[in-house]
Design a binder for this molecule. Sequence first.
Ligand SMILES: [Fe+2]
Ligand SMILES: [Fe+2]
Length: 463
Amino acid sequence: MEQKFSDLIILLANGISQRRMYFDAHPRVVATAVEVSAGLNDVMARSPDGEFSFGVFNGKFVRDGHYLVGPSIAGRTLISFAEHLGCGGFVFRRTMDPDTVVALFRLGAERSDKPVNLAQAQALLAAHGLGDIVLTPPLEEEGRSGVADSADAPTSGAGDLTAEFAPLLNVYQSMYDSVSTNNVAVHGGGGIDRDQARSAGAQLVSLADEGALDVMQFMRYPDYDSYTIGHSVRVAALSAMLGRVLGWSPELLAELAAAGLLHDLGKSCIPEEVLFKAGKLDPDERLLIESHPTLGAQILLDNGERSPVVVAAAWGHHLGHDGSGYPSMPTAYRPGAVAEVVHVCDVFEALTASRPYKKALSPRASYEIMLKGAAVYHPRILAAFIASMGLYPPGSEVRLNDRSIAVVVASGAVLDRPRVRVTNDPQGQPIPGDRQPAIDLHQAPDLRVMEILSTGAGMPLRP
Ligand SMILES: [Fe+2]
Ligand SMILES: [Fe+2]
């Protein structure tokens, strides 16, 4: 049920984003509206009070006293709509037909003057046929918001977030925003914002200095249908982690993280029906897909990007260490270390994530595939990556042999004995955030990982 709630919030936000790019009758806008309409029906039918509601507090979604991680990262257009309206949340009391949902998307996408108060905001909704949606007052006081500022904030599982992790969520939000804004800009033929990617990259690296492992836990946020954005965010975080293992300087790591965020920019120029095609690509479609590194590098250069790190990563992340891959070169060409780092992280992320055309693979299965084609990767970089990620990469959700569920916070001294934080007890009951035991499995001989439940993208693994 929680998942359905989160999915619906993300869908609402996606609809607003899509309506910004397209128009009311565009197939993507209409398809999302149909999905939201059906989702509202479903959630309301199951909810005890027959309503669908959520709050917005401090730039994040809240529900039942905790932050919603996935929606807060991926649903920023809806958060900023709530902020524009000056409300603290939305209550949907009646289901809406797809046309009404499109009206909501339109209002969220085309911001009029900011309402002066809640009554005016409510009247604005009513004027657009959205009077059934009730806006709730801003959540400012503790208690009313239900989100405590201390670690006592109630949580109910691995995906929840106490206030102490809020800064990490902010970093993921800005990384996500950077990728999403630049995708929209390229799509609409506008200029990209290089500074935003840089600042998000620098934020990630500076935070990771204090708690690299804490950041990695958030690799597990759900991705919903925005996997192209989530992919770049995770490639950025993985690349920064790998660069750190390789001993690179903080300045270079920040550039590397920005490079990860921008590496697939060229994909914004590829038609979605080709990019998201579930079946086999024909030769022309393949050529189109393979043009994205060159297109991306060109967009970056056209936008004044001069960092060899960022441009090289966009251009060379599909080039193999053995000269294979694309863009095809007249003679064997060896990409630089930065492109090689992004390449390894890019392939690992793609293998361990779920896509419309494939299920997620476990890290072990992914390493096997990568090691079979090992000539494609820089041997030292691939070895460092596997050693630092281990069999249970940080952010993975695992079941231990006592049936408790834990999130991996760091790989351990041995590949199969990571450090974990236990989120659900052996009976399956969620453990509050501030009481979740941290265990180094290397030091706990009686405990071991029995099963990996999900990896980076928060997607269930192929059975
Ligand atoms: Fe790519
Ligand atoms: Fe990629």
